[in-house]
Design a protein around this ligand. Structure first.
Ligand SMILES: C[S@@+](CC[C@H](N)C(=O)[O-])C[C@H]1O[C@@H](n2cnc3c(N)ncnc32)[C@H](O)[C@@H]1O
Length: 293
């Protein structure tokens, strides 16, 4: 079977990856996991399938830690991109009643995953598709799990940010996402797992009125989940004390002058508006009056 498979990264690249500055004791793919791989099995002669990442299954303990970190529930739809034998998707279905989709380029992995789902009786909750994870449609996911390489994570990053709904959780085994820093990192023994929450895109200039008639304006700059910017109240420059985004929820803290009491706003990004979150200070919806420059 593996005669027709090849791994897209040559030995030189793998060596280069091994030399990356991982924390001491970080037992990532390059160390313990690659140890068991026999690259001779991946013939490079006229391959039919070029894998971006070799098959190395996630240890069951790490599978559970990933599901916990992602806070997976029965309300979620979990996609494992490069699903291997389907163990993450099946574990979520079995233990949390979660719908799941696994995508893998290797037909043998998909056959194994379908059989595994059948043996465990969760086939009604899960689907497995043969395909390229770099091209697959994963926009319906509320949780995405990854055990790829950091280079592949970085390649996927723009699509994860553009195509997943704000609030979608992404959990990666061992590999990070370049300069998109994780919202959370957890060590499981010597292995790191990472979690990101897809942020709404809120860069630009927004304006709204409070019930007391004041007009607030903020100009926000955004890099992933990090925000910075300026604020005005009734046209006068104010202080933007805090600007945080978590999924589709935006928190802004603004004060008139250094010593005045700051006012906090919690708004939900809804299409082209920011709408005051329930139970918080009531305002008109914030309207974008200028795109980010
Ligand atoms: C490290 S394994 C992870 C398997 C599984 N997610 C797990 O954690 O147990 C990576 C998987 O990605 C698959 N893969 C590699 N490149 C792919 C691509 N471009 N599209 C889809 N699957 C790919 C491999 O066949 C392999 O099963």
């Amino acid at each position: 079977m593996y005669k027709d498979l090849a791994f897209d990264h040559d030995d030189e690249l793998i060596d280069e990856l091994r030399d990356l500055d991982y924390e001491q004791g970080d037992d990532s793919l390059f160390d313990s996991d690659y140890r068991d791989l026999n690259f001779d099995d991946y013939s490079m002669d006229e391959p039919d399938i070029i894998l971006d990442v070799p098959y190395v299954p996630t240890d069951e303990k790490i599978v559970h830690a990933m599901l916990d970190l992602a806070e997976v529930t029965s309300q979620d739809t979990l996609y494992d991109l490069g699903c291997g034998d389907g163990r993450i998707v099946v574990a979520a279905a079995l233990e949390r009643n979660t719908r799941g989709v696994g995508i893998d380029m290797d037909p043998m992995r998909i056959t194994e995953a379908i059989e595994y789902a059948g043996h465990t009786g969760v086939e009604y909750l899960v689907n497995f598709f043969e395909g390229d994870l770099l091209e697959a449609d994963f926009s319906q996911a509320t949780v995405v799990t990854l055990y790829l390489l950091d280079l592949v994570n970085v390649q996927l990053r723009p699509r994860l940010l553009d195509e997943l709904r704000p609030g979608t959780r992404i959990v990666s085994h061992a590999f990070d996402m370049g300069d998109w820093k994780p919202d959370q990192r957890q060590s499981c023994g010597s292995i790191n797992i990472y979690k990101w929450i897809v942020p709404a895109k809120v860069a630009g200039t927004w304006q709204w009125q409070t019930s007391s008639g004041e007009t607030y304006r903020v100009e926000l700059k955004q890099k992933y989940q990090q925000l910075s910017g300026k604020a005005w109240i009734d046209g006068e420059e104010a202080q933007l004390k805090n600007a945080l985004i978590k999924g589709d929820l935006l928190e802004l803290v603004i004060s008139k002058k250094a010593n005045t009491r700051p006012v906090g706003f919690i708004m939900r990004s809804q299409g082209r508006e920011l709408v005051a979150a329930e139970g918080k200070l009531q305002t008109t919806p914030a309207i974008k009056i200028q795109q980010n420059k």
